[in-house]
Each structure stands twice: as structure tokens, then as C-alpha cells.
Design a protein around this ligand. Structure first.
Ligand SMILES: [Fe+2]
Length: 121
């Protein structure tokens, strides 16, 4: 689970290696590919629901996060601190939605299975 979560979070990071060298290079967030077909969880979850949830719902978080980050970059360029602060709720909401959904897809499996390790219940 930890490695899958780490991989998801790594895929959500916007800055590439150039940014680590001090050159600000912003990349767009993208909708991650599903790790299985939309219909893989039928009859428990329909393909239609999975496709809607992934391609519309999750995509909306990705699109709105990119928009909020573009606005943040504009505000940063202008030194507009009030605008930067005003964008924080949109960044949290859409960034959180994107990360949570990216983890969610990894937590479902067509193969089922049993929990491993220590359970807390
Ligand atoms: Fe959702």
C-alpha cells in the first residue's frame, strides 16, 4: 500500500527535475490511467459509474487544479498576495480531490482479496 501511495503521489507532483535545480518548470496535472478496465468491478460497480467517476468527476478535479495553479502563477508573477491567498481553497479542494481519487483507483481490485497486516478493528 505504501509503495502504491508513493507512486500515486509521485505522479501528482507538478515540478520536474529542472524545477529541483531552481528553474521553475510547471507541468499540467493529468488524469491517471485506470489500473483496470471500467467494467472490471462489475457486477458490484457498473462500468458506466466507473467511467463517469473517472473521466468526468476526477477529470474535473484535474482541470480545476490546473486552472487554479495557472491563476496562482499569474498572481505570483504580479506579486498579488491577496489573490494568492484567495486561491488556497481551490488549490486544497482540487488538489485533494485529485490525490484522493488517484489513491482510490489503486485501492480497488477486480481480484478482491483479504486485508494483510494488523487490522485496527
Ligand atoms: Fe469521487
Amino acid at each position: 500500500m505504501l509503495s502504491a501511495t508513493t507512486a500515486v503521489l509521485r505522479n501528482c507532483v507538478r515540478c520536474n527535475a529542472a524545477a529541483l535545480g531552481g528553474v521553475a518548470a510547471r507541468l499540467k496535472h493529468t488524469l491517471p490511467d485506470m489500473p483496470y478496465d471500467y467494467g472490471a468491478l462489475e457486477p458490484y460497480i457498473s462500468a458506466e459509474i466507473m467511467q463517469l467517476h473517472h473521466s468526468k468527476h476526477h477529470q474535473a478535479y484535474v482541470n480545476n487544479l490546473n486552472i487554479a495553479e495557472e491563476k496562482l502563477a499569474e498572481a505570483e508573477a504580479k506579486g498579488d498576495v491577496s489573490a494568492m491567498i484567495a486561491l488556497q481553497p481551490a488549490l486544497r479542494f482540487n488538489g485533494g480531490g485529485h490525490i484522493n481519487h488517484s489513491i482510490f483507483w489503486q485501492n480497488l481490485s477486480k481480484d478482491g482479496g483479504e486485508p494483510s497486516g494488523t487490522c485496527l478493528y
